[in-house]
Design a protein around this ligand. Sequence first.
Ligand SMILES: [Zn+2]
Length: 384
Amino acid sequence: MKDASSLEGLPRRVVAMIAQHGEMTRADIALKLGISKGRVSVITTHLLDQRIIEHHASISGARRPSALLRLSPSAATFIGISLHCRPFIAVATDPNGNTIFQHAFYSDSDPDSCIESICDAIDVLRKNCSISARFLAVGLSLPGYISADKQTCITSTVLGWENAEIGHEIARVVGLPVYLENDTNALATYEAMFGSMRRVPAFAIVAVGDGIGTAYTMNHTVYRGENGGAGELAHLPIAPGLFDGVPRPCRCGNRGCLETIASSRGISSRAEEEGLPQDLGRLSNLAREGNEKALHILHTAAAALSFSMSNLIQILDPSHLIVVLPEELLHGVFAIALRQTFEQNLMPGFKRVNLLILQRHNTFHWAVGAACVAARSVLLSPHP
Ligand SMILES: [Zn+2]
């Protein structure tokens, strides 16, 4: 059986097309590649024989049902590692985004310790997958800016890294190509390939956690910018002049960035300053009971975030904006204030049903997103 990444010419383009869209009919492939259905039929028959693709399902056509083709689960295995939050998560997935094995691990934050822990985690995954698994690449997602060649973390205020050249080092140890990506970009890649945004060409994600991550897609593909930081909102200097008090220092070295007010960490810090519990669940309960300080903290956090989100909508015009929130902020005062102020800030022309989607944080989606980055980097790269 041939390796899905070793194909050349049109068969490689057909596999890339299927990998990008998840599942396709022969007619869709012909249309997208601008070649005849007969030619597609010859290529897909060959790929079916090689067990690189498989019949997945059928959909009703004008005359008869059309077969949906997808990559064969045995054609490739990808590894995804997420350093988004602790514990760190490692997954092995098939080319269709299904998790074969998952493993949680801890590590010290310095790059050398992380490299060692990541290599150990990859070893655990390999030992727990079938001996016939064909590992093709590793995706590593982390909160930070990533170089264009996806080998170096240029800066991560969350991890405290500067110019950490870890991609090549991990690749040398594990013997697989390694691709780094900003964690929210990786999550957007998951949503675009296998999640709820699968057939949505232009959407954006804002993820609220320890920091605030942002990503967006254009024509089904995540737009990275030069360093994987396109659209980032976390360090917008939003506080000075807009909100109360002296702008708070941010981990980036500036003052008054959005994340100092609206991230989980920012909200907890403000609660501590006011003598309130730092735990977001307890703070939300206090706000629900009418505690004025708790209400003020959550309202200003929601207002600051929604102000930035409405700017994002005006600039990018996505059809959907997913806001990923920790469980404690997903219901109650923060979520209600976020929806209300977002609605008020939007220009009437941008007000659409289902534009704003509040979504629960799911640790594993971030790791599968890293595996999706690996799959895209290998299968969608220009054919040799
Ligand atoms: Zn900052």
